[in-house]
Design a protein around this ligand. Structure first.
Ligand code: PAF
Length: 206
């Protein structure tokens, strides 16, 4: 498995491959991410996973600074899952100047649900995903159904910009207690986790 630390290195590694499949992540990987990588493998002749904690999708009071950065263990897991290239750029390389060109998703899709509580979140997500698409030029990209609103926003973005990219949905992976695997579950106390498990069961039985 190759690791690209910059856009230039990535383009060098991708030269010679026709079809690229992408799994975008912010790292701190769990089995859910690895399932997406395994799903991406047959879709193209090279599988790329990106690891980039995208400042643009964090509000000022959110956890950008403390978001777990676990690149070495992430790379070991990706290699075991069959990933071919990891794109893990530095912030300086990916955003060498302030990213003032942004992708603005429509309010009816992006300002409801999670977007209601996190204003600007989907502008940050669409902007980074559009830039990842520009760097990797995938024929397919895999996004988890766990972040269902994100999946819908990206699907509509791809459709409206007529990007030649198939957006593939990955099933949600769950822990034994039924909670969807998520990088931020590590923040939960035992009580909070119990409550989340209860809520998740109640919603799924509706
Ligand atoms: O789902 C995520 O982890 C992020 O929102 C994504 C798609 C990698 C963009 O930063």
């Amino acid at each position: 498995m190759l690791i690209a630390h910059s856009i230039a290195e990535l383009r060098h590694h991708l030269a010679g491959f026709n079809d690229h499949a992408l799994v975008p992540t912010m790292g701190n990987l769990h089995e859910g991410h690895l399932a997406l990588v395994r799903q991406a493998k047959p879709l193209a002749d090279v599988t790329v996973a990106s690891i980039f904690v995208n400042r643009l999708q964090f509000l000022p009071h959110e956890d950008f600074d403390t978001y777990p950065r676990t690149r070495d263990s992430d790379c070991a897991k990706l290699e075991a899952a069959g990933c071919d290239i990891v794109f893990a750029p530095s912030e300086q390389d990916f955003y060498p100047e302030p990213q003032t060109f942004k992708v603005q998703p429509p309010a009816d899709l992006a300002d409801i649900l999670e977007g209601h509580f996190r204003p600007g979140f989907f502008v940050g997500v669409c902007t980074v995903v559009m830039k990842l698409f520009a760097c990797i030029q995938p024929r397919a990209a895999v996004f988890g159904k766990k972040d269902y609103q994100q999946l819908m926003v990206i699907r509509r973005m791809v459709r409206q910009f007529a990007l030649p990219i198939e957006i593939v949905a990955g099933e949600t992976c769950r822990a034994d207690d039924g909670l969807a695997l998520s990088s931020r579950n590590g923040y939960l106390s035992a009580d909070q986790r119990g409550e989340a498990v209860h809520l998740s069961r109640a919603r799924r039985s509706q």
